[in-house]
Design a binder for this molecule. Sequence first.
Ligand SMILES: [Zn+2]
Length: 224
Amino acid sequence: MKCKICESKEMKFINADINKCLNCGCIQKNKDVDYKKEYNDKDYWFDINSKQFEWYKIDQENWFNYFKDDIENGNILEIGGANGYISELLAEDNFVYLQELVDIRTIKIKQNKNIKFVKGQIEIVLNKIPKVDTIIMCNVIEHINNPKKLINQLYNILSDKGRILIVTDDGDNPFGGLLAQLNHPEHTVTFTKKGIEELSKNKFNIVKYWNVSDYLIYTVLEKK
Ligand SMILES: [Zn+2]
C-alpha cells in the first residue's frame, strides 16, 4: 500500500488494519472508512444537551478561544461542526456555513440567520458552498478518507490568503498518535508535522503549528 499523504511505498506494518508511513510518519488505516457503518445515527451521535456531555461543550469553547484570533473576517465554513456550538460563536461576527453528516442542531441554532446548514458528506456537498475566507476543521480531518484531495478542493473555494484552521490528533506523539488509531475505527489518518507539510505543499503556508496537548495539534494553513 501507498501512503495516503506522501505516496511513499515505505510502509511499516502495525496491525492488520494500521500502517505507518516511514517517510512522513503518518499513521493510517489500510482501507477507507465506511461512513454508513461508522456514522450511523443511532450509535455515533449523542445528545448534546445532556449533562453527561458537558465536557464536549467545554472542549468546544476552548477550541473557539484558540481559533478566534486566526479567523479572517468574512464568510466561514465549519466542516463537521456537529451541533453547531462553535458555529454559533463564530456567527456573532461572521456568516457561517455549517456542514455536518446529520442535522443535530438545536432550535436556537436552526433559527440563527447567520448560519446556513449544509447536510451531507463534505466532498459531495462542497459545490453548494461559495467562496469563503476561513475554513474550520476541528477534530475532522482524521475522519476524511482522502484528505489530500479534500484540501485541494478546499483551496478552490478559499479567497486570496484564505485560511484553513485544523485541530487533529498528534501523530508525532508516539503514544497519543498510536492510540488515536487503535481506539478509533473511524480515524483514517493521524497526521505528523511532516504530513501537514506534505498536505500544504505548493498551496499553503503553515503560519501556525502548535502541539496544544500531548495528543492534539492546532495548525493554520494560509493560501499562497
Ligand atoms: Zn507518508
